[in-house]
Design a protein around this ligand. Structure first.
Ligand code: PEP
Ligand code: MN
Length: 353
């Protein structure tokens, strides 16, 4: 893939490249106030969603074309570059007409090759940075495919945005980071900048600092972070937005390590451990959900919670597997005993409801 820098004139090549602004443009006042505060903190690229793909109808679906004029004013009054999400050819035409500097393709759009092709066709002959979010599902080829469609239309200023992946079960994160996927993307396309979106991964503002640090430790190039002058009053994604003040504080705390630093390998390894632990949590939560479903079934059929035969089978099976995997069977027995105990506790709770 032939690529060129996404850095527009005047932007520093020091990590991280920061893009910040509200999830959605809501009112002219909210846009201008947020932008002015961000510009005062030295942010150079403003983001705001004009068209919002909502999971369910009834949510705020974006202010539409009217809001593009506000972004024009942001550019004029603060000197910041502006960026917004495009999902259709019409969005592309309107955004280009309004002089938007950077476009991004949202996660729901990247998942749909027809929609991405429509955007690519609308962009033919235009030289503008385009950031492609990962698709909602953990499919690296679909992500790369979307980048290729836009690249094939002649666009070279491309970057990827890692915003995490949907999952069904209850979880700490709104979207699971699955860091191994952007790491594999880096391996496959080493020249493609990767920007992390800790806002949509975390879903809560408390998680943004640690996710941003993790992204920097993984050698990501940039961060796109949702920031709003009055986060709790935001019309979309209120829980994950930060005031420009808090954003600035979080950015000031980031430790940017050089790739060559000797501790880098250790960081990578620790990140891998963190990811394993997160996956374990996720799988445990899934297992407990299934156990609760079994609890409901047992209740409806008047069965006992404890069925000793099945439990012993599980223990023996995994103790044997443990040896093959280089683990102590006694350790694995302890782990499964603890898991089983919690499953039983949850089933008893359901039966007594
Ligand atoms: C957004 O950036 O506000 C957005 C809708 O994100 P995503 O496409 O990652 O869900
Ligand atoms: Mn959002």
């Amino acid at each position: 893939m032939e690529l060129e820098s996404i850095l527009l004139p005047g932007l520093s090549d020091r990590r991280p490249l920061v893009i910040a602004g509200p999830c959605s443009a809501e009112t002219r006042e909210q846009v201008m106030k947020t932008a002015t505060q961000l510009a005062d903190k030295g942010i150079r690229i403003f983001r705001a969603g004009i068209w919002k793909p909502r999971t369910k109808p009834g949510g705020f679906e974006g202010i539409g074309v009217e809001g593009l004029a506000w972004l024009k004013d942001v550019k004029k009054e603060t000197g910041m570059y502006t960026s917004t999400e495009v999902a259709t050819a019409m969005h592309v035409y309107e955004a280009l007409k309004a002089g938007i500097d950077i476009l991004w393709v949202g996660a729901r759009t990247t998942a749909n090759p027809f929609a991405v092709q429509e955007i690519a066709d609308a962009l033919k002959g235009v030289d503008i940075p385009v950031l492609v979010k990962n698709p909602v599902n953990p499919d690296l080829d679909l992500w790369i495919g979307a980048l290729e469609r836009i690249n094939n239309a002649g666009l070279k200023r491309l970057a990827a945005i890692h915003r995490g992946f949907s999952s069904y079960d209850k979880k700490i994160y709104r979207n699971l980071p699955q860091w191994h996927i952007p790491i594999e993307l880096r391996r496959r396309l080493p020249d493609l900048p990767i920007i992390c979106d800790p806002s949509h991964i975390g879903g809560k503002r408390e998680l943004i600092a640690s996710l941003s640090q993790q992204a920097m430790d993984m050698n990501f190039d940039g961060l796109i972070i949702e920031s709003h002058c009055d986060p709790d009053a935001a019309w979309s994604d209120a829980a994950q937005q930060l005031t420009p003040e808090v954003l600035d504080y979080i950015l000031s705390l980031l430790i940017i390590r050089k790739e060559t630093q000797t501790t880098e390998n250790l960081h990578e390894l620790r990140n891998q451990i963190d990811e394993c632990d997160n996956n374990l949590m996720q799988e445990l939560a899934k297992r407990m959900r299934v156990a609760r479903e079994i609890g409901t079934y047992k209740k409806e059929h008047n069965m006992t919670v404890l069925q000793a035969g099945r439990y012993n089978e599980i223990l023996d099976k995994y103790a044997a597997q443990a040896v093959q995997c280089g683990m102590d069977p006694g350790f694995i027995k302890k782990v499964f005993e603890a898991i089983h105990e919690e499953s039983v506790r949850q089933q008893i709770e359901i039966i007594n409801q």
